[in-house]
Design a protein around this ligand. Structure first.
Ligand code: M6R
Length: 614
């Protein structure tokens, strides 16, 4: 996590960097800081605890002139959120400043060695070690900044995207990456660098995705140079950026999260476009069709992901097992990587990640590849690390998701997993043309079903007022609705800070039923499906113990509607497609409860959008 930005050109660097930090704030907001080389040759470093707006206030009466600078927004790992732990960190002689996203695993050894040489440290961070080491090498080896950075990086174990500037060298930024994202934007007379391309979309659409192990030498007036840690130069591959500025703004909504919830009819249309064709008769996923043999011979599918993407993956299991008759397991990437996984060339590993940068998911991919498995990625961010590390894959194409709580990415992931299951099931001859057409026909209507479901917003807002101060929630579902229950509970937890548990409805009687009383609302997801009659019993069990029930049911429902305290009706559709629809009221419910509680829904405490640390 953490976001880094850099600028060198003809514009005021401070303005570009602050604008960039606002765009990257989703990556962390424990503190922010900026370092600028002023026209008089001073290295001005300003930092503030908390959000970027605090930094702006702090800088109001400061000298923010300069045409080169670097900046950082922090998600604390080593050292508490504080002014002194905020980046940029600078060398003891005050000549070099550095920003870093990642973790230096061997920082303690390096720090001890530097301290033995008399080096003093001012923060508790792992990052400060890097800048002191660069300074130490620069002075002792009497070498250039790029040589000092390269030599320092050769000694470092861990993950980093860094940018470094030097007081006496105002025409240069050195940047480098290992396991943390780094993109460089090339303008007419300027260069930008950042953790993703959002900080510079309005300035240029020419981008270079820096690869692991590369060092970028960015010099005013010179072409960009990429070197490896052995000083070998590699070709610079300039790509065209695919996002627009309007996608990064709130477009009249009070929060990104609400905008993203309401965008879902459109984002799902984008996700389906060109993939469900001939009026729903055919489902085409090139990533599968181009690797037909691998999918046909697969003996097992392993889904790896974290958080919301893990919930989407769990739905993937139900979908793939139903339609493709392949055994599927779903793994938390963070556990999978340390579980001595047993894989071979007959396995397909599917990595699901909105950001495409989640460190644990990336590590799982590396392990899977090393064991000969075919690795397929499902990501949102074009050009991010996961699509580049996988053999093949599919983008969900839902546009930038800025709210930390994932909403439109979840429905996009579920949609792609549904298409994947249909495509493989059809290839294997397990789904008939008729069945594909039946599902395809409904999938084409999903954007409209979602639009109708969003009309529940006002009722959900009213309902949220009743339960804003509940201290615990239970979310229950069966079959396809069980992962939806998990996701609903996660949404509530992360933005309203209310404890919520998602549970398979039938498991409730093995423990959680003890928690039920009039103080503990249960949200029960019960669309019309083959388990409907079973979940009716679970609804009765909650009611019999005095629990309050909010039920998500299908249009036309009567039985549960007659028992539950509050009923939200959604369009009826084939069972395997219900999760995309039933998750919408849950997103709205958590949004409104969090707003009623005065919480910052777009930037909930302690979280970050892109988790690039273990
Ligand atoms: O970018 P990824 O999908 O890999 O991120 C995984 C999780 O960090 C993410 O889904 C997280 O759980 C969200 N905050 C959930 O809303």
């Amino acid at each position: 996590m953490c976001g880094i930005v850099g600028y060198i050109g003809d514009e005021n660097a401070y303005k570009v960097l602050i604008g960039g930090l606002h765009r990257l704030e989703y990556r962390g907001y424990d503190s922010a800081g900026v370092a600028l080389v002023s026209p008089e040759g001073h290295l001005n470093v300003y930092k503030a605890r908390g959000k970027v707006s605090n930094l702006e206030n702090f800088c109001k009466d400061k000298n923010t002139d300069g045409l080169v600078g670097i900046a950082h927004t922090r998600w604390a790992t080593h050292g508490e959120p504080s002014d002194c732990n905020a980046h940029p960190h600078f060398s003891e002689d005050g000549n070099i400043a550095l920003v870093h996203n990642g973790t230096i695993e061997n920082y303690k050894i390096l720090k001890d060695a530097l301290m033995e040489h008399g080096c003093k440290f001012h923060s508790e961070t792992d990052t400060e070690v890097l800048v002191q080491l660069i300074e130490y090498i620069r002075i002792n080896n009497k070498c250039s900044l790029v040589d000092a950075v390269r030599e320092a990086l050769r000694q470092v174990v861990g993950a980093y995207a860094i940018a470094v500037i030097e007081k006496n060298n105002p025409d240069t930024i050195i940047a480098a990456r290992q396991s943390s994202p780094l993109v460089i934007g090339i303008g007419d007379n300027d260069f930008f660098l950042a953790s993703d391309a959002t900080p510079f979309v309005e300035f240029t659409d020419n981008v270079v995705y820096v690869e692991d192990g590369q060092i970028a030498v960015i010099k005013r007036g010179e072409p960009l140079k990429l070197l490896d840690l052995d000083n070998r130069e590699s070709t610079v591959d300039v790509k065209k950026l695919q996002i627009s500025i309007s996608q990064l703004e709130k477009g009249g909504y009070p929060h990104f999260m609400l905008k993203e919830i309401f965008e879902q009819p459109e984002t799902l249309r984008d996700c389906i476009r060109g993939r469900v064709v001939d009026n729903g008769r055919r489902v085409i996923l090139n990533g599968v069709l181009d690797n037909k043999e691998r999918f046909l011979k697969a003996k097992r599918i392993v889904l790896v992901a974290c958080g919301t993407s893990w919930h989407a993956s769990l739905l993937g299991k139900y979908l793939l097992q139903d339609m493709c008759k392949i055994p599927v397991t779903v793994e938390y990437a963070s556990e999978f990587r340390y579980s001595n996984p047993v894989l071979d060339e007959n396995d397909i590993v599917i990595a699901v990640s909105q950001s495409g940068e989640t460190a644990d998911t990336l590590a799982a991919i590396k392990i899977a590849r090393s064991m000969g498995a075919f690795v397929y990625g499902i990501s949102n961010v074009v050009g991010s690390s996961i699509p580049r590390e996988t053999h093949s894959g599919t983008y969900i194409h839902v546009g930038p998701e800025i709210g930390v709580a994932s909403t439109k990415a979840f429905t996009g992931q579920v949609m792609v997993l549904t298409l994947l299951a249909i495509c493989i099931g059809h290839l294997k001859g397990l789904l008939s043309d008729h069945e594909v057409e039946r599902l395809g026909h409904h999938i084409l209507q999903i954007p409209d079903y979602v639009k109708r479901t969003l009309e529940l917003n006002e009722s959900i807002e009213r309902l949220s007022l009743i339960y804003t101060y509940a201290r615990n929630f239970l979310y229950l579902g069966r079959g396809y609705s069980y992962p939806v229950a998990l996701e609903g509970a996660l949404k509530l937890k992360e933005i309203s800070y209310i404890h919520a548990e998602g549970y398979p409805a039938a498991e409730m009687k093995h423990g959680p039923i003890a928690l039920i009383d009039s103080e503990m609302p249960s949200v029960i997801i019960a669309p019309k499906d083959h388990l409907y009659d079973k979940i009716v019993n679970n609804v009765q069990q909650v009611k019999a113990r005095g629990g309050n029930i909010i039920a998500i049911v299908s249009d036309g429902d009567e039985t549960i509607s007659g028992i539950a305290d509050h009923v939200l009706k959604v369009p009826d559709m084939p069972e395997c497609l219900t999760p995309i629809i039933t998750s919408i009221p849950l997103q709205l419910l958590s949004y409104h409860i969090a707003i009623n509680k005065g919480k910052d829904v777009d930037m909930p405490r302690n979280l970050a959008k892109s988790v690039t640390v273990e």
